[in-house]
Design a binder for this molecule. Structure first.
Ligand code: PDD
Length: 294
């Protein structure tokens, strides 16, 4: 349900959602010409904000759009928005578009970007998803070849996600030329013989902040970690397969294309990493929980 009174941020102002208005000529609306971030917020603490701000800069550089704020300014704005929400655990969405201009594909000179932020209640995975895992389907990755940029042009991802929904699954795991890339809105990792294997970051997948956190946790608890290309055959015969994202954290895949996967139940490596992830999430009353939040 939309809450019209929810405080959002638009172009220098905090205002009610119902009062936030953008021109129909905004290049975000006309061309999907912009970038975004989703920052998880636990107990009003943004998780790994410097990582998200660095990736934001990378996406802005990738679409040749200047960053309207310094990291310190972003941090101030993000924290201001967080304290204005009545709930403590949030998923903060931030987007920057190339602004409002007469429709023309070329960059408009001298136009200020449109900056929008909102922070919604954190959509925690359900107990059932954590305990029993989730269903995915697989599909050919037919998106463009700059999937490393977090752009708001998400039609390819939207269409892929709908394939999952159409099959009562939560995600679509994508393969490009038989190589595992990621899922429609998550990264994908596998487990073989007790070790975690992850596809290397390249232009065909989003460099996930949770992917990094998950690999760091795996190493910290002594698991072997191998980052290398994963072919479809290897992925489909893995002992475990996981999804990672800012809002899903880490989830085990227990059904794939309608058949049980990995024994149909979350595996032991997933359980160990999930537990360690929970212990390391920021919590204001536990300073040691900040270990991952550098
Ligand atoms: N999606 N790959 C894609 C295509 C994604 O959209 C996302 C995140 C990820 C995981 O990245 P991270 O761990 O930094 O969240 C990987 C966000 C949550 C979204 O679009 O809502």
């Amino acid at each position: 349900m939309l809450n019209p009174d929810q405080v959002v941020y638009l172009n220098g102002e905090f205002l009610a959602l119902e009062d936030a208005r953008v021109s129909v000529l905004d290049r975000g609306f006309i061309y999907g010409d912009g970038v975004y971030e989703v920052i998880p917020v636990y107990s009003r603490q943004p998780f790994r904000m410097p990582h998200h701000l660095r990736r934001l800069q990378y996406s802005l550089d990738g679409i040749r759009l200047g960053n309207p704020h310094t990291e310190a300014q972003w941090e101030t704005l993000v924290r201001e928005l967080i304290v204005k929400q009545p709930f403590a655990d949030q998923a903060l969405y931030l987007q920057i578009t190339r602004g409002v201009a007469k429709r023309d594909h070329a960059f408009p000179p001298g136009v200020p970007p449109t900056i929008f932020m909102m922070s919604n209640p954190f959509p925690f995975p359900t107990r059932d998803q954590i305990d029993h895992g989730v269903a995915v389907v697989t599909a050919e990755d037919n998106r463009w070849d700059r999937c490393d940029l977090k752009t708001i042009s998400l039609l390819g991802n939207v269409l892929m996600r709908q394939v999952a929904v159409d099959h009562n699954a939560v995600e679509t795991v994508l393969f490009r030329d038989d190589r595992l890339t990621e899922a429609s809105a998550s990264n994908v990792l596998i487990v073989k013989h007790g070790g975690v294997i992850a596809p290397p970051k390249d232009h065909l997948m989003l460099p996930g902040i949770t992917y990094d956190a998950t690999l760091e946790i795996a190493r910290a608890i002594g698991l072997p970690v191998d980052v290398r290309p994963i072919m479809r055959k290897e992925a489909l015969s893995a002992d475990e397969m996981w999804l990672s994202s800012s809002t899903r954290e880490v989830l085990a895949i227990t059904k794939l294309d309608g058949a049980p996967f990995g024994g149909g139940t979350p595996g032991p490596v997933f359980r160990a990493v999930w537990q360690a992830f929970q212990e390391r999430k920021p919590h204001p009353s536990d300073a040691s929980a900040h270990a991952l939040n550098r």
